[in-house]
Structure formats: structure tokens, C-alpha cells
Design a binder for this molecule. Structure first.
Ligand SMILES: Cc1cc2nc3c(=O)[nH]c(=O)nc-3n(C[C@H](O)[C@H](O)[C@H](O)COP(=O)(O)OP(=O)(O)OC[C@H]3O[C@@H](n4cnc5c(N)ncnc54)[C@H](O)[C@@H]3O)c2cc1C
Length: 406
């Protein structure tokens, strides 16, 4: 019977523990927080977007996004749904493929998983940080703050550096590096962005819907539509999180990053011009700022006009066609330079990590060290928003757990 140490009691570690123990291995799980699954509890605004029914390699970034394909196939949605039922969890599947626990509470995911893991006989050491892992001819020695034990196999499921306030450490990278593994440089993802604009902080707190286009070195890279929220440091909102992986990756590589906001994405250029004409003709004596407040949030109108160098008090009847064109242009393509991300502390996930080139995607075992396994976000795989990150954590954890028990 294999003895297994699992380092990290997050999504991937708990799933691996469940499958390894159910397959007959003796499993010990180490978690440095006082409880397992802190990120599960915090996920999806407390609702846990647990999986996505449509996940494929296209939803992931990393040096080799195809690395996820085998794992996602092994844990297809229907398999996962059955697994959830077997541990007492019923899913609510949304039209766009996102799934949540029917209870709408992330807590129920953790309660079900913890109960299944405990019932399977896993020994859980909480408040016990692993500080070193070594290997000799007798197997692995795992040293933690409270223990030092030998194991046949070890899984590194320590997650990434994102959200250190929830226990993220980045320790897994150091353990992997010590065994000769390459670490692809890490960067925050699903994260807010810093803008160089002097006006963005003045709009802090203003929320609207926009189409956001990301440019890298002046070239259009990607687009997302959804909420945006100006903040003291720059900009956040779901549309910003959706473009943040590419923005953060480009910043890491010292590329020039900018974004453009289309504040009325439902209008094409002609419709926007016509709408401005109709609006300005119907209220000729109004100031341009007052008139624009009928179209876009008031504070945004203030700073958009400032960027257009048009006085707020200008009566719309006195605007010349060039000025109207300028306003239309800024509403459709208001550009901002991106200087930084809001950092790992505010990021949901991290890109980069243990190079997947040195890990077998069918077993999650290291190609360099027999008996050493990896799962979840510690690997150089990062998903989009929408349940994709848990999706890969569950799937890779399941494969590692099954394989380690063999
Ligand atoms: C606020 C927030 C919301 C999110 N919402 C969603 C969502 O709705 N859907 C989604 O798909 N993804 C979401 N994510 C991302 C998701 O939580 C992660 O991708 C996922 O948890 C990764 O699982 P993991 O097992 O690899 O790492 P983790 O879940 O981070 O687990 C790693 C564990 O290892 C422990 N650890 C680290 N170092 C050591 C050590 N030296 N010794 C012992 N233990 C250690 C950590 O404390 C942690 O418990 C969210 C993330 C955040 C921060």
C-alpha cells in the first residue's frame, strides 16, 4: 500500500486525497492554514463557480494550454456531476456553462469534500506548513513545522501566489525548483489594472458597462464586454478581469499595454453619431455636459469632455462638427495606458508556474523525479473566469490521486 503526502489542502489537494484514499493508499494531507479549502470558501463571491460544462484547452493559458486536454477529458462534466452527487452535492448549471452548488453557497462544496475525504480515511494536518521535501533511495522525507515523515509518493498541490491573505505561498515553486523543475515566471491574473491617466482616479466608484479592447505594443489583442468600475488606482470590473491575463502577461514581458473603452458598445459609429445629433438638436440650449449625462454617467462625461478639451459649459448649439466627432470618438474609443496590475494580493489566480513540459499530463507525475506529482494552479496553467480554474484543479487532482495510489 502506497504512503502518500499531499502538500496543500486546496481544491486540487483535496480531490487528489479523495481519489488516492478511495483507491487504497494511506494519505496524509498537510495544510499550513488552520483549515483546508480557504479559497474554495472565498470563491465566486461566496458561491463557488465550481466548474464549467464547456471547458477546453482554449479556456487556458500557459506555455502549453493543450496540457489540460487529457485531464479535462478524464473529468468531463457528467463525470464531475456524478462525483458531486456521490459526495452529497447537487449542481446548478447555468445557460453559459457555469456551475454553482444548488445551495448557492461555497461552504457546501467544502463541507461535502471534507466529509468525503475524512470518510475515505485521509489524515489531515492543519496549521502545519511543509518546509522541505527531499528524496533518497527509501522514498521522500517531508518536513513540516510539526512533523517529519517518510512517504512513497508526494503531491505538490500548493497553488499559486495569488491571494496570499487566503494562504497562498508560492512554496510549491521552491520545492519544485529544488528537484530541478523549471518555473515559468509567474504573474497575477484575473486582476484589476493600474492606469496612467490622471482622470481615472477622479472617476473612482463610477460603474458602467463597456466594451474593453486590449492593445499590446499598439496591436489589438483581445476584447471583452461587461461591467467596468473606475478605482483610485485605475480600473476593475468583470470586463477588466477578462482581459487581465493577456495584459498582465504582456506587462511581465515589458510590452506596451493600453486599453480602449467603448462606452456605448450597442451603437455602431453611424448610430452613435446619429444619436448625438438627435440629442444635441433636441436640447440646443443645454450645456454639452448636461446633454451627455443623458447618454453616459455624469462623472465620466466630465472627464471625457476634459480629455476632448471641450468646456463642460459649452452650449450644444455652438459645438462644431469637429467637436461632435471628437466626443463620438472618445465615447467609442477612449484610450488609457496600462502601467501595472493591482498585484497578487488582489488577483484570483496566477499565470506561470511549474513548467508543464517536465510533467506527464496523463499522470501528473514529474518527468524528472519518480514519485513526485503536481496538480492545480502550481502548474503553468491559468484559466479564464467562469469555473475553469477549479475545473483544472479538480481534474488534475483526480488524476494525480488515482495515479499515486497505483
Ligand atoms: C477570491 C477568489 C475567488 C475565486 N473564485 C473562483 C471561482 O469561482 N471559480 C474558479 O474556477 N476559480 C476561482 N478562483 C481560483 C481558484 O480558487 C484556484 O484556481 C484554485 O483554488 C486552485 O486550486 P489549488 O488546489 O491549485 O490551490 P489552492 O486552492 O490555493 O490550494 C493550495 C493550498 O496549499 C496550501 N499551502 C501552500 N503552501 C503550503 C505549505 N508550504 N505547506 C502546507 N500547505 C501549503 C495553501 O494554504 C492552500 O490551502 C478564485 C480564487 C480567489 C482568490
Amino acid at each position: 500500500m502506497n504512503t502518500i503526502a499531499i502538500i496543500g489542502g486546496g481544491a486540487s489537494g483535496l480531490m487528489a486525497a479523495l481519489f488516492a484514499a478511495r483507491s487504497g493508499a494511506t494519505v496524509t494531507l498537510y495544510e499550513h492554514n488552520t483549515a483546508v479549502g480557504k479559497k474554495i470558501l472565498a470563491s465566486g463571491n461566496g458561491r463557488c463557480n465550481i466548474i464549467n460544462t464547456t471547458a477546453s484547452h482554449e479556456d487556458y493559458a500557459g506555455n502549453d494550454p493543450h496540457f489540460v486536454t487529457y485531464a479535462l477529458k478524464q473529468m468531463g462534466f457528467h463525470y464531475f456531476e456524478k462525483l458531486c452527487l456521490s459526495i452529497g452535492l447537487i449542481l446548478d448549471v447555468k445557460d453559459d456553462g457555469r456551475c454553482y452548488p444548488l445551495s448557492n453557497e461555497a461552504k457546501s462544496v467544502l463541507i461535502a469534500l471534507k466529509s468525503a475525504v475524512t470518510e475515505a480515511g485521509v489524515t489531515i494536518h492543519t496549521d502545519d506548513a511543509v518546509t522541505a521535501i527531499s528524496k533518497d533511495t527509501n522514498g521522500f522525507t517531508v518536513t513540516s513545522t510539526a512533523h517529519k515523515h517518510r512517504y512513497d509518493k508526494v503531491l505538490i498541490s500548493t497553488g499559486s501566489e495569488a491571494a496570499p491573505q487566503l494562504g497562498a505561498t508560492g512554496d510549491g515553486y521552491a520545492f519544485a525548483r529544488a528537484f530541478g523543475h523549471e518555473i515559468i515566471p509567474t504573474y497575477p491574473s484575473l486582476v484589476q489594472l493600474h492606469l496612467s491617466s490622471k482622470n481615472a482616479p477622479k472617476m473612482a466608484g463610477v460603474k458602467t458597462v463597456a466594451e474593453v479592447t486590449l492593445f499590446v505594443n499598439g496591436k489589438k489583442e483581445t476584447t471583452a464586454t461587461g461591467d467596468i468600475l473606475f478605482a483610485s488606482y485605475g480600473i476593475s470590473g468583470l470586463a477588466i478581469l477578462d482581459i487581465s491575463q493577456r495584459a498582465s502577461f504582456a506587462l511581465l514581458h515589458k510590452q506596451r499595454v493600453s486599453l480602449s473603452l467603448n462606452l456605448l458598445p450597442q451603437f455602431d459609429t453611424q448610430t452613435l453619431t446619429n444619436t448625438l445629433d438627435i440629442l444635441f438638436t433636441s436640447v440646443p440650449s443645454q450645456s454639452v455636459h448636461t446633454a451627455l449625462c443623458g447618454l453616459i454617467p455624469a462623472k465620466i462625461a466630465t472627464y471625457l469632455l476634459e480629455d476632448a478639451t471641450i468646456a463642460l459649459s459649452t452650449p450644444v448649439s455652438t459645438l462644431n462638427p469637429k467637436e461632435v466627432k471628437k466626443i463620438a470618438h472618445l465615447i467609442a474609443e477612449w484610450k488609457f495606458d496600462v502601467t501595472d496590475t493591482h498585484g497578487f494580493k488582489h488577483a484570483e489566480v496566477s499565470g506561470g508556474g511549474v513548467s508543464t513540459a517536465q510533467v506527464n499530463n496523463k499522470t501528473m507525475e514529474s518527468k524528472l523525479v519518480e514519485g513526485l506529482y503536481f496538480a492545480g494552479e502550481v502548474l503553468d496553467i491559468v484559466g479564464k473566469r467562469g469555473g475553469y480554474n477549479f475545473n483544472f484543479a479538480w481534474a488534475s487532482g483526480m488524476i494525480a490521486g488515482k495515479e499515486m495510489a497505483k
